[in-house]
Write a protein of this length. Structure first.
Length: 131
C-alpha cells in the first residue's frame, strides 16, 4: 500500500471567491437573511442589490386589501393564507423587476459599511403588482 494522504485539502470556499472576484465585493454588505425578498441570500454573493419598502408592497396586494377590508385577523387560517399569497405575489413581482433591471437580489433592509447607495425599486415592483 502507498502512504500519504489520499486526498488533498479542499480548494473551494472563500479563497476561490477572492481569486475570481474583485477583492471585498459583497463582503461589506450588511444584511439579515430574513430581509431577503429574492435573489442571492448571503452577503458574500451580493454584487448589485436593490431594496424595497416591503410593507408598502404588501399593503398594495389584493390579498392584504381583502384582509383589511373584511377585518380578517392575520393569525386566523384565512389570514395566514392571504398573507402567504401576498408574500408570494410580492416576491414574484420583485423577482421580475430584479431580472429586468439586472440586480442580483432584493432586500427589505440592506446597508453597506462604506455607505454605498442601494437602488430602491419599490415603485417598479408596485407597478408590477398593479398590472
Amino acid at each position: 500500500p502507498t502512504s500519504g494522504p489520499a486526498e488533498g485539502p479542499a480548494t473551494s470556499g472563500p479563497a476561490e471567491d477572492t481569486a475570481t472576484h474583485a477583492p471585498n465585493v459583497g463582503s461589506d454588505w450588511v444584511v439579515k437573511s430574513e430581509d431577503s425578498v429574492c435573489g442571492v441570500s448571503t452577503s458574500r454573493q451580493i454584487t448589485n442589490p436593490a431594496k424595497v419598502d416591503y410593507t408598502k408592497l404588501m399593503d398594495a396586494t389584493p390579498e392584504m386589501k381583502e384582509l383589511t377590508r373584511k377585518g380578517i385577523k392575520k393569525d386566523s387560517a384565512r389570514g395566514q393564507t392571504l398573507v402567504t399569497a401576498a408574500r408570494d405575489r410580492v416576491r414574484r413581482a420583485a423577482n421580475a423587476v430584479m431580472s429586468e433591471k439586472g440586480h442580483c437580489s432584493v432586500w427589505k433592509k440592506i446597508s453597506h459599511k462604506k455607505k454605498t447607495a442601494v437602488t430602491d425599486i419599490t415603485d417598479a415592483v408596485k407597478k408590477k403588482l398593479e398590472a
